[in-house]
Write a protein that binds this ligand. Structure first.
Ligand SMILES: [Zn+2]
Length: 104
């Protein structure tokens, strides 16, 4: 059985980083709306950017969780589409990818 501990550590570290980012985003979104109209408009715009960023982060966390689950069940490193082995270099760069280079 392949030892995926380095990928596992990378995935866990990235997950912790994303969780911290999401917590920061939620704090920023909780800020009370400013009274000034112009300021309120730019705050709303900022909130949209923050929300989009949060959605992006949440999607990455789901991919990381899925990858960690594949490590746990022993299917990690195998393409979910064609069943081919995913290259080690590819897994080093994209540890959360479930696809081999030809299915990506
Ligand atoms: Zn494939």
């Amino acid at each position: 059985m392949t030892d995926w501990s380095s990928q596992q550590n990378t995935l866990k570290a990235r997950r912790a980083e994303l969780m911290g980012e999401i917590a920061g985003i939620e704090d920023a979104l909780d800020d009370p709306a400013p009274k000034d109209w112009e300021e309120a408009a730019s705050e709303r715009q900022g909130d949209e950017v923050l929300t989009a960023l949060g959605i992006h982060d949440a999607a990455e966390i789901r991919r990381i969780d899925a990858a960690l689950a594949r490590i746990a069940e022993g299917s990690y490193g195998t393409c979910v589409t064609c069943g081919a082995q995913i290259g080690a270099a590819r897994l080093d760069t994209l540890p959360d990818t479930p696809f081999c280079i030809s299915c990506a």
